[in-house]
Unconditional design. Structure first.
Length: 65
């Protein structure tokens, strides 16, 4: 969308309907969605790392017994 500078309006699919929207508004909205998804990914990666560390601690303590 950013490469299409000469186009001011785009169609956004909402359900089964396409709605005409301002290109800049769509770009801003998509960037916000991307940022939120990146934050979610980082949070899930941290949780995964913590769970792996916990699992490794549990496994090492049970193997040492």
């Amino acid at each position: 969308l950013e490469k299409l500078e000469d186009i001011n309006e785009v169609f956004e699919k909402i359900g089964v309907v396409y709605i005409k929207r301002d290109r800049e508004a769509v770009i801003v909205e998509l960037k916000a969605v991307r940022e939120a998804l990146n934050t979610t990914i980082k949070s899930l990666e941290k949780k995964e790392k913590d769970l792996r560390e916990t699992l490794n601690r549990i496994l090492s303590s049970t193997q040492g017994s």
